[in-house]
Design a protein around this ligand. Structure first.
Ligand code: ATP
Ligand code: MG
Length: 434
């Protein structure tokens, strides 16, 4: 007779599981033995269960082997589910047999190690409860964003990540040798999304973007997941309304899908459920006045850096749209504000509680001459962007779009101190391994 199929560990907690024979397999989270009884906390993707194994039942050889399994070693267990108020979750699995799949070497990760060591051992550290919760939430966040875009009839497209055009300015582009010609890792897919706009009208891409940011801040990675959306026939007001609906929808979806994981990370799902639209709007000019009144050395034209962005929402539980930035602070493709040539139709969405920019958005310049002039002013060679300028020569319509840093959104959602906690293998100026 072939052995029964494996159950998940969650199966041990099913309403009718008590008294049943069960076969599970998983990783040893911790174990101890005393007086001929071995207690193992066993983990699989569905949860953990306490396994108890007796020397008398297993026999000496099997018991000794099971006792020598290290943290993160792997075993298969056949046993009977029993109610036990002392066990985590009130159930345990009383083993009839324990088969060692991999005894493992001593696991090198402990709580008190330095951050540098833990980053060196990131491939093992990501088995922690916090990381497991984080990356399950991230998966559902991505799903929620995609579901929203799908309902809004925005088409997912696949722009390239290797390019000859560093669209956000050469200084922060990673340059590569592309068979002897200059190439770059994409900083944004926007130009390609604009090209795909004419046939599809509403498009998005979720791709890695790369920024050679030397600044070490808790919100910059050199590689991040970039969700970019481009919408035809859309002005700044409509774009902001789209963005806030998307974020409210995503926050609610995550709160409903992952309450236990959120609580484990110290975020109450109710707080996310309470997020609602519309988000307040503040013009850049008014933001500068507010900051100047608070003692910041800023005037119209100043860059709003980390400290300024932080101050604007530090005391607030709400997102904030800062609108109509000075032209020279923003990218060449942004639309000049009608009636105000000093500013562009752009907005940065700042996260609540000082989390800073999470979305950058704008209407795109449709006037070919102005676009060409602004491009030349950045020091770029318009000839290299001629394909992009073609888009203004053939079927040019008003359009707008935005880029959202998925890890920035998650950092706020999970209230993480550092953005690296929102990605399994963070890329920063000092680290691109493991
Ligand atoms: P910042 O001023 O914070 O560097 P940015 O103005 O360079 O941001 P955009 O070029 O507008 O950002 O990019 C769109 C979005 O991509 C940002 O709103 C942010 O969410 C995200 N983003 C940009 N740079 C990074 C980065 N280095 N790491 C993680 N996310 C980023
Ligand atoms: Mg930047």
């Amino acid at each position: 007779m072939s052995p029964p199929p494996f159950s998940t560990i969650a199966g041990a907690f099913a309403a009718d599981a008590s008294g049943r024979e069960l076969r599970v397999r998983g990783w040893v989270q911790r174990s101890r033995s005393s007086g001929g009884i071995l207690f193992v906390l066993l983990r699989d993707r569905t949860g953990t269960v306490q396994v108890t194994a007796k020397r008398d039942t297993l026999g000496d050889a099997a018991f000794d082997a099971a006792e020598h399994v290290q943290v993160e070693g792997v075993v298969e267990v056949d046993g009977t589910v029993a109610a036990d108020p002392r066990a985590p979750g009130g159930r345990e699995l009383r083993a009839r047999s324990v088969r060692v799949v991999d005894a493992g070497l001593p696991f090198p990760i402990f709580q008190e190690q330095t951050e540098e060591f833990r980053l060196d051992k990131r491939h093992l550290v990501i088995r922690s409860e916090e990381h497991v919760a984080t990356f399950r939430i991230k998966a559902d966040l991505l799903r929620a964003l995609r579901d929203f875009l799908d309902r809004e009839e925005v088409l997912e497209v696949t722009p390239p990540v290797l390019t000859g055009n560093p669209a956000e300015g050469g200084a922060e582009a990673f340059a590569i040798d592309y068979f002897g010609r200059p190439g770059y890792l994409s900083q944004t897919a926007q130009l390609y999304l604009e090209a795909m706009l004419s046939p599809h009208e509403r498009v998005y891409a979720l791709t890695p973007s790369f920024r050679a940011e030397k600044s070490r801040t808790p919100r910059h990675l050199t590689e991040y997941q970039h969700l970019e959306v481009e919408l035809a026939w859309t002005d700044l007001g409509e774009l902001m309304s789209f963005i806030e609906r998307m974020l409210v929808d995503a926050a609610h979806a995550v709160a409903r899908k992952r309450p236990a994981e959120l609580k484990l990370l110290g975020r109450s799902p109710d707080e996310l459920e309470r997020l609602s639209a519309p988000f307040p709007r503040l013009s850049y000019a008014a933001a500068v006045d507010r900051l100047a009144a608070a003692g910041f050395p800023v005037s119209f034209g100043s860059d709003l850096g980390t400290a300024e962005e932080r101050a604007l929402t530090l005391e607030s539980a709400e997102f904030l749209f800062v609108t109509r930035y000075p032209k020279e602070r923003k990218a060449f493709y942004m639309l000049e504000t009608p009636g105000d040539p000093r500013t562009v139709e752009a907005t940065d969405l700042l996260g609540p509680e000082g989390y800073g920019e999470i979305v950058g958005a704008s209407c795109r310049e449709t006037d070919l001459d102005r676009l060409t002039r602004r491009l030349a002013e950045t020091g770029a060679d318009p000839a290299e962007y001629d394909w992009y300028l073609d888009l203004r020569r053939h079927g040019n319509v008003p359009h707008a779009g935005f880029g959202l840093g998925v890890e920035r959104l998650l950092r706020w959602m999970l209230r993480r101190e550092h953005i690296r906690e929102t990605t399994p293998f963070p890329r920063t100026p000092s680290r691109h391994t493991p």
